[in-house]
Ligand binder design. Structure first.
Ligand code: CTP
Length: 405
């Protein structure tokens, strides 16, 4: 079920000898946190920067660092590990390691292993900016790309050697995100997704507002997963504490009105709209220009209904696929199917909010998909990122083909 996540996958982390090797420790930690099983291969020079013991302790597996030892297992380790690998990250990849990979040289554990592996490989170059710009390194990277390796462009900025320019190893979370997308199929290439997320906030005055506890995690997970699978993704989000997802155009809004405007602007070109936002149904009739002072013992607010964005999209639907969410505290099936028809959407993701393993602020979610043919499918409780990938699978299998008939 988790075919596009790195959970339970066998990942090889190759570390070569650059100053950024310390960041590999964090990469390993993130991979382990995501449920992957990770084995580390180090070059000789990498061991000058970080001790193998650190990787050994964090991964719970021996580090492959010597081709020739008394340990008999080591002599065939590169073949065993290569066969079991679901994916490989080389970070940092030095000019030397890149050169060896481009030319098929096998004179250390990492370069030898790399000749035996057929799983997707993400190479993350990191070095001095002049070295990175050199003809030899650029030529070798071109060779790696044409050999089918994924190459992550280094970031620009101040480098350890005191110069500034491209050569910095990107942050570990960006590397892990990009790597996950290397394992995912490119089955949404050419599709434009509009995803909404988070709460909206409706101001009462400059210092107070009405809102809800939506964290935005579910919508961000859908946006990230769609981008990993090659879609062109616009994320329209209310206020959240989450960073902008990689490879996604993120538009930040505050109120339901602002969200509506941003969504309608994108609607015509959209192939799929996923409305995961928890839009405030009401806003204060009036929003005061200045802070309302404490004085009266009671304060009754008069509220006005916001427009239902999803319903409006349903009315104007032409070729677009519409996916709505239904957060309910009871009668999930009845409420979700009602929203499916009333809003003229193609699919509803329903969930019962209120439990710790589901809903607003949680990292996991327990959802049921409701389809227009009257069927539904309940998923077990799982990470929101895994829910997102299964949602995309269903959109591809069940909804897109019908919508484009
Ligand atoms: N939605 C929307 N605009 C609104 C309210 C909701 O686009 N003003 C969308 C949500 O993004 C979600 C779906 O409609 O995809 C259902 O939202 P939900 O809050 O569960 O239901 P409501 O339609 O608001 O109905 P109710 O609050 O009565 O359950």
């Amino acid at each position: 079920m988790m075919k596009y996540s790195i959970k339970d996958r066998n990942i090889i982390l190759g570390v070569s000898g650059g100053i950024a090797a310390y960041k590999s420790v964090e990469i390993l930690r993130l991979l382990i946190q995501a449920g992957a099983s990770v084995r580390v291969i180090m070059t000789q020079s990498a061991q000058w920067f970080v001790g193998p013991l650190t990787f050994e302790a964090l991964s719970g597996q021996p580090v492959f660092k010597d081709m020739f030892t008394e340990d008999h297992e080591a002599s065939i380790r590169h073949i065993d590990w290569a066969q079991a690998a679901d994916g490989v990250i080389i970070a940092p990849a030095t000019a030397n390691t890149i050169g060896k990979l481009a030319h098929g040289i096998a004179d250390d554990p990492l370069s030898t292993f790399m000749l035996a592996v057929s799983a997707p490989v993400l190479v993350c170059p990191s070095m001095n900016n002049q070295m990175y710009a050199s003809k030899a390194v650029q030529r070798n990277l071109d060779t790696l790309r044409s050999d089918g390796y994924f190459v992550l462009e280094p970031g620009s900025g101040e480098l350890a050697c005191g110069t500034t320019g491209p050569g910095r190893l990107p942050e570990p979370n960006i590397i892990v995100d990009r790597f996950t997308s290397c394992l995912a199929p490119n089955d949404l290439a050419g599709k434009k997704f509009v995803v909404t997320a988070g709460p909206t906030i409706e101001p009462i005055d400059p210092v107070r507002f009405i809102s809800n506890p939506s964290s935005g995690k579910m919508g961000y997970a859908v946006a990230r997963a769609a981008a990993q699978r090659g879609a062109n993704v616009i994320l329209i989000t209310g206020p959240t504490h989450l960073p902008d997802p990689t490879n996604v155009t993120t538009i930040r809004v505050r109120t339901a009105d602002e969200m509506a405007e941003a969504v309608f602007q994108q609607y015509e070109q959209a192939d799929v709209v996923v409305k995961a936002a928890a839009v405030s149904d009401y806003r204060p009739q009036e929003s005061a220009v200045h802070k309302t002072k404490k004085g009266k013992s009671e304060w009754a607010l008069s509220l006005k209904q916001n427009q239902d964005i999803l319903k409006a999209l349903g009315r104007q639907k032409v070729h677009q696929v519409l996916v709505g969410f239904a957060a309910e505290t009871r009668d999930l099936e009845q409420n979700a199917t009602q929203k499916l028809t009333e809003k003229n959407v193609d699919m509803i993701v329903g969930n019962l909010v209120g439990s710790a393993a589901s809903g607003f602020e949680s990292d996991t979610n327990t959802v049921t998909f409701f389809y227009t043919d009257g069927t539904h499918e309940s998923l077990p409780s799982m990470e929101k990122q895994a829910v997102a990938h299964i949602l995309l699978d269903r959109i591809i299998e069940k909804v897109l083909p019908v919508a484009t008939d």
